[in-house]
Design a protein around this ligand. Structure first.
Ligand code: PFF
Ligand code: NA
Length: 446
């Protein structure tokens, strides 16, 4: 592979690519169910605070490294460390990132497969006239069917790897351009519908009026993990995209734009989902099935419900697709950096993620009682430990590298906002983001 990588076509294309990586299951599926399990408003408040104090500055750190290194994460870290006279061991951070996304993609693909199934079911009109109880029972029956879960997991992974094998920049640009505005519009419509339901008021106060007793160390840890997860920060995945970033673009502006979009998608989804939860008398702490049960119920009561529901699942599927492509990129880029062909790297990544993903797919049936650690099954483990622990840990090391190890001139140039802007960013990372991440990680683990 040559050292000069392809570049995104424009500034807008870069922002869209990062938004595509950020907006996905994290906003529409994970945010509502994790917030539901962690008390709602208190979680939301802390998570938004972490996005501002940690997510945005560390996102800049991560992209900055990729842009300064212009190589796959492992190679970029190694080369930059050598230039700075620091230890070459920093390159293992790239490998840790690849391991993190490996774990994440293994369950991400399974859950994205659920949206394929639900897309087909809604096109077939299966939810038309169904009661809330029937929709809930249908979801449980689906999870208990390993063959179906594995089929959809396989299909989704194939879809992802086809784009990855072709090279990220070109394939993604066009997709993102179309997708983001459509998804946003549909969520607005859903939230408007939610405003007409009887649960709307309860949903708003549950989401936006925090009670401070709810703030336990474990809620804070989950909120921090989710801030990293939803922004796609901490796994060197955005670092891999930074390598393709145009030279003249301002990084802080891009990071803030992405964070604002990402939070607003989560809020719209949250308002829609919790309005249904409360108007149907459901439990907000219902777990991973929350979105998959509430939204079919909501749409089944709307005129043209099946049509809207199909459009929704299609958009969700496309959003998770662009995130999964980003999840695969650091692994493929790392193997490519060892001199492997892109097609071979992609195939190896696909096959390994697929096999580990089987354990997640079977966690709802055959392997439900296989609980190797902390009393949790494989799905529960890979969907909590990598987001809550690995991403913040990776983000911490990324921040230390960018703000303490990288020489000032290289870092300032890659940030692209001049000397004063650089110092301001560096102070925030050195004295706020790094200590805060460390503190929350330690207090959450102890
Ligand atoms: N940000 C994605 C989401 O919210 O669905 C998930 C994600 C993508 C996490 C890429 C981590 C990552 F490196
Ligand atoms: Na997200």
């Amino acid at each position: 592979m040559s050292k000069t990588l392809e570049r995104w076509g424009s500034k807008r294309a870069f922002i869209l690519a990062v938004t595509g990586a950020a907006v996905g299951l994290g906003n529409i599926w994970r945010f509502p169910y994790v917030a539901g399990e962690n008390g709602g408003a208190a979680f939301l408040l802390i998570y938004v605070a972490f996005v501002i104090l940690l997510g945005i500055p560390v996102m800049m750190a991560e992209i900055l490294i990729g842009r300064a290194g212009r190589r796959g994460p492992m190679q970029a870290l190694g080369a930059l460390a050598a230039e700075a006279g620091a230890s070459r061991h920093w390159r293992w951070l790239g490998l840790f990132g690849a391991f993190t996304v490996f774990c994440i993609l293994s369950f991400y693909s399974v859950v994205s497969g659920w949206s394929i199934e639900f897309l087909v079911a809604s096109i077939n009109g299966n939810f038309r006239g169904a009661s809330a109880a029937e929709i809930g029972a249908g979801f449980d029956a689906f999870l208990a069917n390993p063959g179906l879960l594995i089929f959809n997991h396989t299909l989704f992974l194939l879809m992802t790897m086809v784009v990855v094998a072709a090279g990220v920049a070109k394939g993604l640009e066009r997709l993102n351009n179309l997708l983001m505005p459509l998804l946003y519009g549909l969520l607005l419509l859903l939230a408007a519908y939610a405003a007409t339901t009887s649960g709307f008021g309860t949903a708003l106060s549950w989401l936006f009026l925090p009670s401070l007793e709810a703030l336990t160390p474990s809620v804070v840890l989950h909120a921090m993990g989710h801030a990293f997860f939803t922004l796609a920060v901490g796994a060197c995945a955005l670092m891999a995209y930074g390598a393709y970033m145009p030279d003249e673009q301002s990084l802080p502006r891009a990071a803030v734009a992405v964070a604002v979009l990402d939070i607003s998608v989560a809020l719209l989804a949250g308002i829609a989902i919790f309005s249904v939860v409360f108007s149907q008398g459901m439990d907000p702490a219902d777990g991973p099935g929350l979105m998959f049960v509430t939204l079919p119920i909501a749409f089944s009561e709307l005129p043209w419900g099946s049509l809207w529901l199909s459009v929704f699942f299609l958009l969700l599927l496309l959003a998770t697709w662009t995130s999964a492509i980003n999840l695969a990129e650091p692994m493929v880029a790392t193997l490519q950096g060892f001199g492997w062909r892109r097609s071979v790297s992609t195939a190896v990544v696909a096959l390994s993620v697929w096999s580990i993903g089987l354990l997640s797919a079977l966690s709802f049936s055959t392997l439900a009682d296989f609980r190797p650690l902390l009393g949790r099954n494989v799905f529960e483990l890979v969907s909590s430990i990598p987001p809550d622990i690995f991403l913040p840990l990776g983000g911490l090391l990324i921040a230390i590298f960018a703000a303490w190890v990288l020489p000032r001139s290289a870092a300032a140039a890659a940030l692209g906002v001049g000397e004063r802007g650089y110092l301001c960013w560096r102070n925030v990372v050195r004295w706020v983001s790094i200590p805060l991440t460390l503190m929350v990680l330690l207090s959450g683990l102890l």
